[in-house]
Design a protein. Structure first.
Length: 241
């Protein structure tokens, strides 16, 4: 198949504009944001953010839902989220170091443990992926694959439906972590693992940003299930009682 280079350039230009890129990065928390919230995050007027949002919706990068006067926006699907994360890992540069104590803490928390759209990232996500490999639950020797032991482990954790594919999304895939520069687990089972940790109260999402906190019960459970010792993984400060 011959691809029209102009169509690729046009699509890439959408994320080549800083405000649109900032809006897509904000939506990597997996939630829906209003235009006003995205405008405040990107530091632009609401009318400007609305114009950018329309362009992103028309391109298929964002999806929208209207409720009354409000227009809620989210990333269109997991494939778009993976594209944004891959671009971030490949070309993203660290932002200017925060000057406030609150900013420093937020940056530290995001690096320690956060969501990557609908799965776990940061030092926690990378450590979980490493332990799944070390325990022979995943095999990366010839492309990432779920082992027989891994099938049993995920089924015990989340039931038979854990292994059910969702659309075209692969069961397992690697996702290059933009802060750790190593892989964390994406795909269907990355989502399953994230949801299970939240539902069991082992991980608590932040109300302000993409960071998550590991509870004491979660730290104990992950040590029991995977041999993950958060005291040696750089995430101890994010555990909560």
């Amino acid at each position: 198949m011959v691809v029209d280079a102009g169509s690729v350039a046009k699509f890439a230009a959408l994320l080549g504009e800083p405000t649109r890129a900032a809006m897509c990065l904000a939506l990597m928390d997996g939630r829906s944001w209003t235009v006003a919230e995205l405008a405040e995050h990107a530091g632009v007027a609401r009318s400007t953010a609305s114009e950018h949002a329309t362009a992103l919706v028309e391109s298929g990068l964002l999806a929208e839902e209207r409720q009354g006067r409000h227009r809620y926006l989210r990333l269109a699907d997991p494939d778009v989220a993976a594209l944004v994360e891959d671009l971030t890992a490949a070309a993203g540069q660290p932002a200017r170091p925060p000057s406030s104590l609150r900013g420093v803490r937020a940056a530290r928390d995001l690096a320690a443990a956060r969501t990557c759209y609908d799965h776990l990232a940061g030092a926690l996500g990378v450590s979980l992926y490493d332990r799944l490999l070390a325990n022979d639950l995943l095999d990366s020797s010839a492309g990432l694959a779920l082992t027989a032991a891994g099938r049993d482990w995920f089924t015990d954790l989340a039931g038979e439906t854990a292994l059910r594919r969702r659309g075209s999304r692969p069961l397992v895939r690697t996702c290059l972590d933009w802060t750790e520069r190593r892989h964390h687990l994406g795909g269907t089972l990355g989502v399953v693992l994230h949801h299970q940790l939240v539902e069991r109260g082992w991980v608590i999402p932040s109300a302000r940003h993409r960071a998550v906190a590991v509870t004491d019960a979660g730290a104990n459970a992950l040590h029991h299930l995977l041999g993950l010792d958060l005291r040696t993984e750089g995430t101890t400060e994010r555990t909560v009682g």
